[in-house]
Design a protein around this ligand. Sequence first.
Ligand code: PLP
Length: 423
Amino acid sequence: MSYHISTKSVQEGYSPENGQPRVTPIIQSTTFRFDSSEHIGKLFDLEVGGHFYSRLSNPTVEVPEKKIAAMEGGVGAMCTSSGQSASLMAILNICECGDNIISSSAIYGGTYNLFAVTMKKFGIDVVFVDMDASSEELQKHFNDRTKAVFAETLANPALKVLDFEKFSTLAHNNGVPLIVDNTFATPVLCRPFEHGADIVVHSTTKYLDGHAVALGGAIVDAGKFNWNNGKFPMLTTPDSSYHGIVYTETFREAAYITKARVQLMRDMGNMMSPMNAFLLNLGMETVALRIEKHSANALEVAKFLQTNDKVAWVNYPGLEDNSQYKLAQKYLPDGASGVISFGLKGGRADATKFMDSLKLAAIVVHVADVRTCVLHPASTTHRQLTEEQLKECGIGSDLIRMSIGIEYAGDIIDDIKQALAQI
Ligand SMILES: *Cc1c(COP(=O)(O)O)cnc(C)c1O
């Protein structure tokens, strides 16, 4: 039986048997007891399934993993300690020194740094491209060492909507997967696998948790990409660290996500903790409700801002006059999520004054939780970027990013009104 996304967010991942706890228990144990060494041997050889050490898998962490996989429509998922480690591992799973990927330049600042600086030190080159470039222009960046295309469904903080059709066609024509960061949309508003994506990554720290209590990330595998095209020997030839296992032969459509766990997670150890998995799962139970309210409130606030004469511009893909509106209608028909950005006529100086005058909305380095919050990216999350890089990411020095919470919209708007009156 295939349930609606709202039902999946509540029910998937854990089904207790007779007499077991109704709510996912927190299995705060690093290790598990077995009757025989022979059984553990089989677990190590991946001949039988089961948990044996929490760096690789844990019964509590498995709950949000199964839930996210079900919501995205994938064959499997792996939770990580943060969104950053999810992006890193999603790439490292298929890229080696000398390889390169093509990434949209309109991405989260942390991912941009990871790609532009740290990954380069690993010998993996990232070519940044303009999302609006034509397929012909984009095609010029591919070479025989290109291993993936990366983009965000709804870019943070540029709020550009991914043209899935263009990007997935391009990736597949070149025999590489499309990896999509679906953090801002969540699987409630957009399921990238339905639009040609092959791998999804999340910062679960944002809407999936939704309460700003637990860092986390996830990688989800659609199980549809054909790795057997000669480009991915790490999946199709024997792994010496697993006495010769060939992931695509043994794990078939789950080759990518299994390798990510049994090889990369084993070696790197950036696992999600059981406590954080419990909190994430609790948050996910209400994500469908929350994201609907976030989207409705954000649209109302964006429309209000458009009517105020101190506001120079408002960016929200749910606004009919927005450059992303058509793509949003196509890929985010149920709402454009809760983040808006805008600029004041007084620029950077007024931005600071406005933000300092807010009473309900707090200045925090975060987005996507139940409380309305505000941030000036150019002086915070993106401050390591040069003016030129900022422009590439679509961030002006006047840009205010506001993450609209699930409070009563009238109260959020009143707070903005009084803060605007201060400048
Ligand atoms: C926050 C964020 C990340 C990084 O996630 P962390 O959990 O903070 O490591 C990655 N991608 C997007 C779109 C984000 O908003």
